[in-house]
Design a protein around this ligand. Structure first.
Ligand code: DQA
Length: 186
């Protein structure tokens, strides 16, 4: 049984060897030794207060706890952060190039405006999953354009905080598949 360990925002929660499961999974975990950076953009610190009919009643801290618990169950490590500042998000994405195995990104409104974030994601050369709590395609037209999507492995929107968990599931499957496809034939 997994025990939930809580860490402050920004701190990595590492699973113990036992939590990582059996030895057969070891190869897959090699690719994921580094944490997945879960990065949140502007106004996501206002979750719970902000337009709850769109974004729900959970706070960002609630989302972090869910994400860390799910990561632990998957044998993954996450580093969960939020910033309202575009340049800080760019700095974190640059840091991820060497410090992370993958990026889960809800860039908030910068999704629809930031070429700097797109450039940083392309330079990071990591699997990126774009997440939005709301279904941006049911909303205003300006939310239909994403500068993040061209750099993303996948995009998840409309499932609320569950989308972050789906992103981790997708990355887990992605790294598992990468391991299988590298196996020698015969
Ligand atoms: C959002 C959607 C964006 O259009 C918006 O600017 C946000 C949140 C979402 O999670 O649904 O801040 O990324």
């Amino acid at each position: 049984m997994n025990t939930l360990r809580i860490a402050p925002i920004g701190a990595a929660v590492r699973p113990t060897a036992a939590e990582c499961g059996d030895g057969r999974a070891e190869g897959r975990h090699e690719a994921m030794q580094k944490p997945v950076y879960v990065l949140n953009g502007p106004n996501l610190n206002m979750l719970g207060l902000r337009e709850p009919h769109i974004y729900g009643s959970e706070t960002l801290d609630d989302v972090r706890i869910m994400v860390e618990a799910h990561a632990l169950a998957l044998g993954m490590t996450v580093n969960f952060r939020q910033s309202n500042i575009e340049g800080e998000l760019v700095n974190w994405i640059q840091e991820a190039r060497s410090g992370a195995s993958a990026i889960v990104l809800n860039a908030g409104a910068y999704t629809h405006t930031s070429i700097a974030i797109l450039d940083a994601l392309n330079a990071a050369e990591l699997p990126v999953v774009e997440v939005h709590l709301s279904n941006v395609y049911r909303r205003e037209r300006f939310r239909h354009r994403s500068f993040v999507s061209p750099a993303a492995l996948g995009v998840i929107c409309g499932f609320g905080p569950t989308g972050y968990l789906m992103a981790l599931d997708g990355l887990k499957a992605h790294f598992g598949a990468a391991k299988v496809s590298r196996a020698p034939a015969g």
